[in-house]
Design a protein around this ligand. Structure first.
Ligand code: PMP
Length: 300
C-alpha cells in the first residue's frame, strides 16, 4: 500500500500513518462489525448503491446503528476516493461496534468506528484468467445461516480463513466450501457458478452464502445475453461433471475454474460461456457506476 494514502476515519480524512483505532474496539477484540469491498473502474464506483444497501442490511442483522445515513456514507466513500486520486481502485468500508470494555456486551460500545480505505487492487495473476484455477473442496464447512449467517458480511471471517489455510496448505489460490449438508456453497471470498448443457447454475442464498454483488451482476448479464440461469443447490459431483465452472467476486471479477479435487472440469480450459460473460462483465463494469469526479468518467 502506498505511503501517501488518505483514510476516512470517523468523519475525518487522515494520513495512513495517523489512522489508528483503539485496542478496545470490539471489531478488533471480537470481530464485531461489518464491511464491504467495492471497485472503482475508470473513475466510477461500481454498484455503490448495491454495496451500501448490503452494508446497511448487514448492520441491521447485527443490530449495529451506523452513525451516518446512506447518503452521508455515499458522500464519504466518494470524498475518500477523490482524495486518494485513484481512477481504478478497491474500496474497503468497515463499520465496527467501536471501543467498549473487555466484556462482549455491545451496549458498552457507544460509538461505532467507521473507516474507509481506498487502495490499488491486487488481483489473481493474469495466468489464472487465461488458464483457469485449480480448486479443491475443503474439510471445514461454511457456517450455517442459523449460526452467523454468511449473508452478513461481518468482520468475523475466521470460517473463511480456516478454509484459506487449507487452500494454502495445498498450494491453491481458492477452494470450494460446502455447507453442513454437503451442498457446494461458495469459495473463501467468491461465489461459484457451474455451466451444464448451456445453463448457468449458482447456489441460492438460503444454502448459506454471501449474496455477491458480482454474482447478481453476472446473473443479470446472463439473462440479457439469453443464457438460461437459475439458482439451485448442487454438490461436488455436479462440479466435477460440469461443462464449465467459474467464481465471481468484487476483487476477482470472473475467474474460470478448470479442475477440482483432481478432476478436470469440461475441457480443462476456461469455457466459452465463462469467456463471453467475462467480456460482457468487463464492458459493463466500465460503462456504469457513480462518478467520483463530476459526471465525466476519468479514463485511467
Ligand atoms: N463470498 C464471500 C464469502 C465473500 O467474502 C465475497 C466478497 N469478497 C463474495 C462471496 C463475493 O461477493 P461480491 O461479489 O459482492 O464481492
Amino acid at each position: 500500500m502506498a505511503e501517501d494514502r488518505w483514510i476516512y476515519l470517523n468523519g475525518e480524512l487522515v494520513p495512513k500513518a495517523e489512522a489508528r483505532v483503539s485496542v478496545f474496539d470490539h471489531g478488533f477484540l471480537y470481530g464485531d462489525g461489518i464491511f464491504e469491498g467495492i471497485r472503482v473502474y475508470g473513475g466510477r464506483v461500481f454498484k455503490l448503491d448495491e454495496h451500501l444497501r448490503r452494508l446497511y442490511e448487514s448492520a441491521k442483522a447485527i443490530l449495529l446503528d451506523i452513525p451516518l445515513d446512506p447518503a452521508a456514507m455515499k458522500a464519504a466513500v466518494l470524498d475518500t476516493t477523490r482524495k486518494n486520486g485513484l481512477a481504478d481502485a478497491y474500496i474497503r468500508l468497515v463499520v465496527s461496534r467501536g471501543p467498549g470494555d473487555l466484556g462482549l456486551d455491545p451496549r458498552r460500545c457507544t460509538t461505532p468506528t467507521v473507516l474507509i480505505i481506498v487502495d490499488e487492487v491486487a488481483l489473481y495473476p493474469p495466468k489464472v484468467y487465461q488458464e483457469g484455477l485449480e480448486l479443491a473442496s475443503v474439510s471445514i464447512r461454511r457456517m450455517s445461516p442459523e449460526t452467523i449467517n454468511p449473508a452478513i458480511k461481518s468482520l468475523n471471517y475466521l470460517n473463511n480463513i480456516l478454509a484459506k489455510i487449507e487452500a494454502n496448505q495445498r498450494g491453491l489460490a481458492e477452494v470450494l466450501m460446502l455447507n453442513q449438508q454437503g451442498w457446494v456453497v461458495e469459495g473463501t471470498g467468491d461465489n461459484v457458478f457451474i455451466v451444464k448443457d448451456g445453463e448457468l447454475i449458482t447456489p441460492p442464498p438460503y444454502v448459506g452464502i454471501l449474496n455477491g454483488i458480482t454474482r447478481q451482476v453476472v446473473m443479470q448479464l446472463a439473462r440479457e445475453m439469453g443464457l438460461p440461469c437459475r439458482e439451485a443447490i448442487f454438490n461436488l459431483f455436479d462440479v466435477y461433471n460440469a461443462d464449465e465452472c467459474f467464481l465471481t467476486g468484487t476483487a476477482a471479477e470472473i475467474v474460470p475454474a478448470v479442475r477440482c479435487d483432481g478432476r478436470q472440469i469440461g475441457s480443462g480450459q476456461p469455457g466459452a460461456i465463462t469467456l463471453r460473460l467475462t467480456e460482457a462483465f468487463q464492458r459493463y463494469a466500465r460503462s456504469e457506476g457513480t462518478p467520483v469526479w463530476g459526471t465525466e468518467p476519468v479514463r485511467a
